[in-house]
Design a protein around this ligand. Structure first.
Ligand SMILES: [Zn+2]
Length: 435
């Protein structure tokens, strides 16, 4: 049995011409090498999986190649060294785990000495935004007056965290999210090479879920191949695969809301948004509404009918049924609809969503309307408060004008209908109206 290699590794581009969706940046780099017009520091910015590190590695290879071509030749000692992972003049640093000034000092120290072979010594700093302020300052001095043999290639997902002083000294490449059609085309070509038969709609679905990231697309394809039968992938396989992971996150968000854990709910929401830039506030609310619908059906024992949710999702939701009452579900439903309305007239959907989640999760902490009504009824009975006094009275009684229309109970108190009591509770407890 051959050793399994993830598709993203197996098909990692080795040449500029193999990079998908970053034509302009790649052209500038290739021409820059040919004309020897590249500076000593370059920064590649963009969301995850768009090719930042890949392009930086190809550039490192091309800069060190014995042939001065726009593309690395793939045959010289240096290029072969890259293939074997044997390149002592290319130093890769993950700034996420090397954030301190001492780590940068090591780079600066090493930078003073020229390469053992070839023209350039290359420092590839990934996630460079993670460097501390003092580390950036130390790096800045070297970037101001770099030795001729040194090239700094940096990559970041968070360009706004890079100090201006650094930005002004680098050649910056903003890598774009790759278009859906291009990703679909790419995934189809990989399926061809892997002898996998794949339906066109399945490819489109995977490309959409990849959300601009080639790497995410390949990772989804990897999983879909495992799920499909006999080297074939159909739309249902892909839906099963993706539906499950997205729903798992959203169900977890609902769980945080139901347990009134405001902090965890907001943090889960942010995680979902971060992991899926394409998911809209509307989609999140609609998913939560779907879940509440399913939970309400479950609570009342009504058949799920032709529910569009996957069986596995319904099964997961059924485990939450015991944690929530039917009135609470109804309140959640109303609050989510209100948030949906608010989304239409606010320019900041992210804020509307966070506020809605805070409000809903917090409201789950408040006593249910049933409990409040129960308390009110107990209180009324205990104090024997006459309920048929005029609303214009001293204001201490709980009656409204409408209560006069109610038939009087045996003990002389009007039997307020539960509808009126609810109205009163809402008036008396503004917080309860949130429910
Ligand atoms: Zn070469």
């Amino acid at each position: 049995m051959s050793h399994y290699v993830p598709l993203a590794t197996k098909y990692r581009p080795q040449k500029f011409s193999q990079v998908v969706g970053q034509d302009i940046s790649v052209r500038i780099l290739a021409q820059g090498i040919l004309k020897n017009r590249l500076g000593s520091a370059m920064l590649f910015a963009g969301t995850r999986g768009v090719g930042k590190t890949t392009i930086a590695r190809i550039l490192a290879k091309a800069l060190r190649c014995a042939q001065r071509n726009p593309e690395p030749c793939g045959k010289c000692d240096s290029c072969l060294g890259f293939l074997l992972g044997n390149q002592i003049d290319v130093i890769e640093i993950d700034a996420a785990s090397h954030t301190g000034v001492d780590d940068v000092r090591e780079i600066i120290e090493s930078c003073r000495y020229g390469p053992t072979t070839g023209q350039f010594k290359i420092f590839l700093i990934d996630e460079v935004h993670m460097l501390s302020k003092s580390a950036f300052n130390a790096l800045l001095k070297t970037l101001e007056e770099p030795p001729e043999h040194a090239k700094f290639l940096m990559a970041t997902t968070e360009i706004h965290k890079i100090p201006e002083t650094i930005l002004s000294r680098v050649l910056r490449f903003d890598l774009k999210r790759v278009g859906q059609d291009l990703i679909a085309q790419y995934l189809s070509s990989i399926c061809n090479q892997e002898n996998i038969s794949v339906d066109a709609d399945a490819v489109s679905f995977m490309a959409k879920a990849a959300d601009g990231s080639i790497r995410d697309g390949l990772s989804i394809l990897d999983q879909a191949i495992n799920l499909g039968d006999e080297n074939r992938i159909n739309l249902q396989d892909v839906k099963d695969l993706l539906g499950f992971s997205e729903d798992a996150d959203l169900i977890e968000l609902l769980q945080c809301i139901l347990s009134s854990n405001v902090k965890a709910a907001v943090s889960k929401y942010r995680e979902i948004i971060k992991g899926n830039n394409n998911i809209s506030g509307e989609a999140i609310i609609n998913a939560l509404l779907d879940y509440i619908h399913v939970l309400s059906l479950g609570k009342t024992g009504v058949d799920h009918g032709d529910n569009i949710l996957d069986e596995s999702v319904i099964h997961r939701l059924s485990k939450l049924e015991s944690q929530v009452s039917l009135p609470a579900l109804s309140h959640l439903w109303q609050m989510l609809l209100k948030a949906l309305e608010e989304l239409n007239f606010c320019d900041h959907p992210g804020i509307v969503l966070e506020m809605a989640i805070i409000r809903i999760a917090h409201a789950s902490r408040l006593p249910s309307m049933e409990a409040i009504i129960g308390d009110m009824q107990k209180k009324c009975n205990a104090e024997d408060v006459p309920r048929n006094v005029d609303a214009s009275g001293d204001g201490g009684a709980v009656s409204l004008e409408s209560s006069a229309k109610q038939p009087e109970s045996a003990n002389g108190n009007s039997g307020l209908g539960s509808g009126e009591l609810v109205t009163e509770v809402i008036d008396l407890f503004p917080g309860a109206s949130l429910l």
